[in-house]
Design a protein around this ligand. Structure first.
Ligand code: COA
Length: 143
């Protein structure tokens, strides 16, 4: 694997990115929505192997106080080879100087982030568009 990294949006194939999330798996994300949310994100990381998109992630950030990492995924063919760690490392380098860098893990992936220095927040809370789905997928606990 010879990985080429970029944070540029110029050459992103949004259909390919959508397919990456589907197969990773990280859910169904419409190409047009991805173009919107990546376009609105301050930082991004894309990994290509021989021209094929094999990893991606992004961070919403305000430049000083808060940064929020999301949409981190690696193609199953390439998982377990340090790519996820590198995506997070690149996003963290971009976010350096922010007072807090936040994320929430897909249930079962907490250990990945713990290895990279993240610690559980005791008071994090959220309102999801699909609140019932968030309960059933294990993102929320009842009051
Ligand atoms: C989670 C994901 C991004 C990890 O990427 P990856 O390239 O496979 O991970 P890496 O090879 O960089 O692993 C880095 C370290 O985390 C560990 N790790 C990876 N997945 C883990 C998990 N689910 N639980 C605990 N540790 C994990 C690795 O063993 C490795 O540990 P080491 O440094 O001690 O060897 C990848 O599995 C993925 O895309 N999954 C599907 C989408 C997803 O769930 N994304 C996360 C959204 S929160």
């Amino acid at each position: 694997m010879t990985i080429v990294w970029t944070d540029s949006l110029a050459d992103v194939d949004w259909d390919e990115l959508s397919a990456l999330y589907r197969i990773a798996p990280l859910g169904n994300k419409a190409p047009a929505d991805l173009a919107l949310v990546f376009g609105n994100s301050m930082f991004r990381a894309f990994a290509h192997d021989a021209g094929r998109l094999v990893g991606a992630g992004r961070a919403l950030a305000d430049g000083r106080d808060c940064a929020y990492l999301c949409d981190v995924a690696v193609h199953p063919d390439c998982q377990g080879r340090g790519l996820g760690r590198e995506i997070i490392g690149r996003l963290l380098a971009h976010c350096r100087g922010h007072r807090k860098i936040i994320l929430y893990a897909v249930p079962g992936k907490e250990g990945f982030y713990e290895r990279l220095g993240f610690r559980r927040m005791t008071t994090a809370m959220a309102i999801f568009d699909d609140q019932a789905g968030a309960y059933s997928r294990g993102y929320l606990t009842a009051p």
